[in-house]
Every structure is written in structure tokens, then in C-alpha cells.
Design a protein around this ligand. Structure first.
Ligand SMILES: *Cc1c(COP(=O)(O)O)cnc(C)c1O
Length: 497
């Protein structure tokens, strides 16, 4: 399988080269030149497979420049090496129609582990295959979840160094503690005196500094990023959509071949795009329900065909979805426009120049055949956390709550009660303050820090705190560097000496 740019750049890339390069030279994103399809016979053979076997089957269609042995090693190191429980992605049934796919059983208790545990494995193999053996230096600006998931994924990875920048006062106590206690010989974590935008801009400036890139090249380093535009982060997310479907078949909640809905809390559009890719590969999907929070650019786009990022940024209780420019949407536009790279490139130019673009009728109609979208306010999100707990004695985090609220809206609006899977993207204990307040009221959190609330939430609900979040406040702090935005480049320089 080869990969090409969404914006029409002529060369095709192997999987290894696409993963190492990250972004195409014309600024486009790498997409598979065509989608492999499982016919019904092949699909039947997938039933009953464990997560690793299923992942190997799916990757063997996409990662064709790896040997079977290399692929198997990548998959087993990622999902069977002790970072995940035996079932990495359990499906919990709440009602006859609503099921929850829990994607937060990895080392950082958020769904980004599903991809960031295997990306370093892919990268290590790709480095060995590349013509000049190089080392890769990964820089990441994080508003919370990505940084920790990348640190856990790249810990002690061969030939890779990782530097995470986070805004000094822009992440939660838990998230900060998760990052600054991270062990690993090849890692560094630095707080930046600024907000997330400053931090991200600082990283982008380093990426586009050609002279600095040359200096690093002389030292044997190529700069790369671990964010969700890398195709090596996207493909692993396809696996769990098949896995969830097959789990429901295995439990006889659906019959093989019947269509189901998926509900996905959406930010940068990576997770939900993988669901769309799964559908293109033959997974029986009725509707992909796209749930956004108050930053509802994507819902508005799906309703109107106009993408308008020129609006106030709203800081919400589902921070991982607080995004106004949803990068992976570009890959959907490419497919839905019938691979019209020229129009995709023009749209992205418009976005850059004016913050707005619009697509033609045919494209938006195509999108609406697969997708349905709406958003949840913060108040609705809090009410959903409380209702789901009261009705099912089940705890959900604020991102998952956005999904379930929008699912309820979907059922009311369409009357469709077909079996559905809501994708759960973070452990409720990771956002314990919001969850405890939503269920037990403001007095449950007043005067308490997040570590106290964590214990309290567990005691009140009888649910176990995930191991990665337990005892976090007692772990030694290993990273305490702080820098100004203007000092970020010097920090990278020092780290890569
Ligand atoms: C990153 C993240 C999301 C958004 O996923 P995208 O792939 O960016 O759409 C949703 N929920 C949580 C908890 C996340 O960490």
C-alpha cells in the first residue's frame, strides 16, 4: 500500500516514509491511495480474534513494507507487553441499544494510548528501513493528554528522543503530575511561561526554522511530531472499530452484517475519521455520529458546508475537544470530494488566509450520508454525567458525556434505536473534579485538590481508580524545567546536544 498527499503532490510514499515524514511536502496529509476491503468471507474470519490478531490482520493491508514478523512485534509490544489489560478495548453494554467502547485502559488512562503505544514501534522499524539511518527528535506542545500519552509511548524508544512542552498554568494538576513524574532516558518535559497557543506557536516556529533543521541534521536528527496528523497514529484507530463491532457479534447483541451506529466525541477529527475509514473497508456502519462541544465548528460545517473557524475559542470542561481547526477533516474532504486534491488544497488555502472555507453540495451531501452531527453544551454535559451515573451506576468523563448527550439527541431526532457504540475517550478519574461536581454537587470538590477528589470519588461510587492515576501524588518529580516562549529553541538545542 502506498500513501499520497491530500493536496495533490505527485510522489507516492511507502508507509515507513509517510510515518517518518509526517506531513507531505505540499502541506497535505498522507492518505492511502486506495482502501482495502474485507469481503464477507474475510470479515467472517475476523470474528472471535483477540485484539492483537485483529490488529495484525488490519495492519497487514496497510503496512505492506513491514514483514509479518515486524508487524507482529510492533503489535505485541504495544498491546500485549503489559501496558494494557488482556482486553485492551472492552465494550460495556448499558442498555439494549447503547454500548460503550472503553478506550482508556492504557498507561495514561486516555484513548490516545491506543495509537501512541504503537506509533513508536512503527517509527523504530521505519528508521531502520530508511536509507540513511537517522535519529528522530519529536517535539510536542500539549494541552494535557497528548503529552503524557506520547511520553509513555516513547519511553526508552530506540533512536528517538522526545521533548514535551506544556503551558505552565494550562494543564490540570493530574495532567501535570502525570507528565513531570515520567521516567525514561530519552525524554524531557518543560513548562512554558505562556498559554497553549503560545506553546504551540513556539513549537511550530522551531519546525519551520530551516537553519536550525540543518544544524540538527548535522547532529543526525530529523524533527518529527507525534500529533494526530501522522498516518501512523491514524491507522491504529481503525482497529478498535472492527473490534467493537466483532465484540457485539461475539456477545450475540447483533448479528454479523447488521449495521450499527458509532458516536465519537470529536476534536481534531482523528478518532472519528478512523471510523469512516473502517466503514470504507466494509465495516457495517449505519451512521457515524459526530459529537462536538461548545466549539462546534465541525457540527456547523456538517449542517451548512461552511467551515468557519473565526469565532471565540471557548474553554470547556472537555478540554481535549476545544479545537477550532480540526486538522484531520482535510482527509475526509479528500474522500468525500472524490479525491479532488485541487479543491482540498484551495480550501486549506482559504482556511489559512481567512479562517473560512466552503465545500460544494455534492461533497457535503456525501458527508451527510455517513455522518450525523450535533453538539453538547457544558450544562448538558454535566447533566449527562449525572444521569448516566444515576441510571446505570456508570461513571463517564466529560468527553464521553458530550458523545452520549449527542447520541440522545440523535435518537430523539431520527427515532433510530439501532444498536450503537459510544466511544469513551478518557477515564472518568482523569477528570475527577468535573465528574464529582456533576454528580455530587459543588460541596464535593470545594477546598479539595484533585488527588483528594480522586480518592473521594472512588470511595463514594465504589469504583476502582485506574493504576496509572493511583499514587501519582507520591511519585518523585523528575522534570522541573521552566522556560520562556523565547527560550524554547535553546531548550531543544540543549536537549539534542
Ligand atoms: C484527543 C481527545 C479527544 C478528541 O479526539 P480527536 O481524535 O482529536 O477528535 C476526545 N477525548 C479525549 C479524552 C481526548 O484526549
Amino acid at each position: 500500500m502506498m500513501y499520497k498527499s491530500t493536496r495533490g503532490y505527485s510522489a507516492e510514499y511507502s508507509f515507513s516514509d509517510a510515518v517518518l515524514t509526517g506531513i507531505a511536502p505540499d502541506g497535505g496529509l498522507f492518505v492511502p491511495v486506495k482502501f482495502p476491503r474485507f469481503d464477507s468471507l474475510e470479515f467472517a474470519e475476523l470474528c472471535g480474534m483477540d485484539y492483537c490478531s485483529l490488529a495484525i490482520e488490519i495492519f497487514s493491508k496497510f503496512v505492506t513494507d513491514f514483514t509479518k514478523a515486524e508487524l507482529e512485534r510492533c503489535v505485541r509490544n504495544a498491546y500485549a507487553g503489559g501496558s494494557f489489560p488482556q482486553d485492551p478495548a472492552p465494550v460495556v453494554s448499558l442498555s439494549s441499544s447503547l454500548n460503550v467502547l472503553e478506550l482508556w485502559h492504557g498507561p495514561t488512562s486516555a484513548f490516545k494510548d491506543m495509537a501512541l503505544q504503537i506509533l513508536p514501534e512503527f517509527l523504530s522499524v521505519a528508521i531502520k528501513k530508511s536509507e540513511q539511518h537517522r535519529k528522530v527528535a519529536i517535539l510536542t506542545a500539549t494541552s494535557g493528554d497528548t503529552g503524557k500519552a506520547a511520553l509513555a509511548g516513547f519511553q526508552d524508544a530506540e533512536d528517538v528522543k522526545l521533548l514535551v512542552f506544556y503551558p505552565e498554568n494550562g494543564v490540570s494538576e493530574m495532567q501535570k503530575r502525570q507528565m513531570v513524574t515520567q521516567e525514561g532516558r530519552n525524554l524531557s518535559v518543560i513548562a512554558v511561561r505562556g498559554n497553549f497557543d503560545d506553546t504551540q506557536t513556539g513549537v511550530k516556529n522551531i519546525f519551520t526554522d530551516a537553519a536550525f533543521a540543518e544544524t540538527l541534521k548535522e547532529r543526525g536528527y530529523t524533527l518529527s511530531s507525534a500529533n494526530s496528523i501522522n498516518i501512523g497514529r491514524l491507522l491504529p484507530q481503525i482497529v478498535y472499530y472492527f473490534y467493537a463491532y466483532l465484540s457485539l457479534v461475539g456477545k450475540r447483541r447483533i448479528s454479523a452484517g447488521s449495521k450499527i451506529n458509532f458516536v465519537v466525541p470529536t476534536g481534531n477529527f482523528g478518532n472519528i475519521l478512523a471510523c469512516y475509514y473502517a466503514e470504507k473497508m466494509g465495516l457495517p456502519v449505519n451512521r457515524i455520529i459526530c459529537a462536538t462541544n461548545d466549539n462546534n465548528v465541525v457540527s456547523d460545517f456538517m449542517a451548512t458546508g461552511v467551515y468557519n473557524s473565526k469565532r471565540p475559542f471557548i474553554q470547556t470542561i472537555s478540554p481535549a475537544m476545544d479545537i477550532l481547526v480540526s486538522s484531520n477533516l482535510e482527509r475526509l474532504l479528500y474522500e468525500a470530494s472524490g479525491n479532488d486534491a485541487q479543491s482540498v488544497a484551495a480550501d486549506q488555502e482559504d482556511l489559512k488566509a481567512s479562517g473560512v472555507y466552503s465545500v460544494d453540495k455534492k461533497t457535503i451531501n456525501n458527508i451527510n450520508q455517513s455522518f450525523w452531527s450535533s453538539y453538547a453544551s457544558q450544562e448538558e454535559c454535566r447533566a449527562t454525567i449525572k444521569n448516566v451515573y444515576q441510571e446505570f451506576h456508570y461513571l463517564i468523563d466529560p468527553h464521553t458525556a458530550v458523545g452520549i448527550d449527542v447520541y440522545d439527541k440523535y435518537v430523539i431526532s431520527t427515532g433510530d434505536t439501532a444498536p450503537s457504540v459510544a466511544v469513551s475517550t478518557a477515564s472518568p478519574f482523569k477528570f475527577n473534579k468535573t465528574v464529582a461536581e456533576a454528580i455530587f454537587g459543588p460541596e464535593a470538590i470545594s477546598g479539595r485538590n484533585e488527588f483528594e477528589i480522586l480518592e473521594d470519588l472512588s470511595a463514594k461510587t465504589g469504583q476502582t481508580i485506574p493504576a496509572p492515576l493511583r499514587d501519582l501524588d507520591r511519585k518523585p518529580i523528575l522534570h522541573n524545567k521552566v522556560c520562556e516562549v523565547s527560550g524554547m529553541k535553546a531548550a531543544v538545542d540543549a536537549f539534542l546536544q
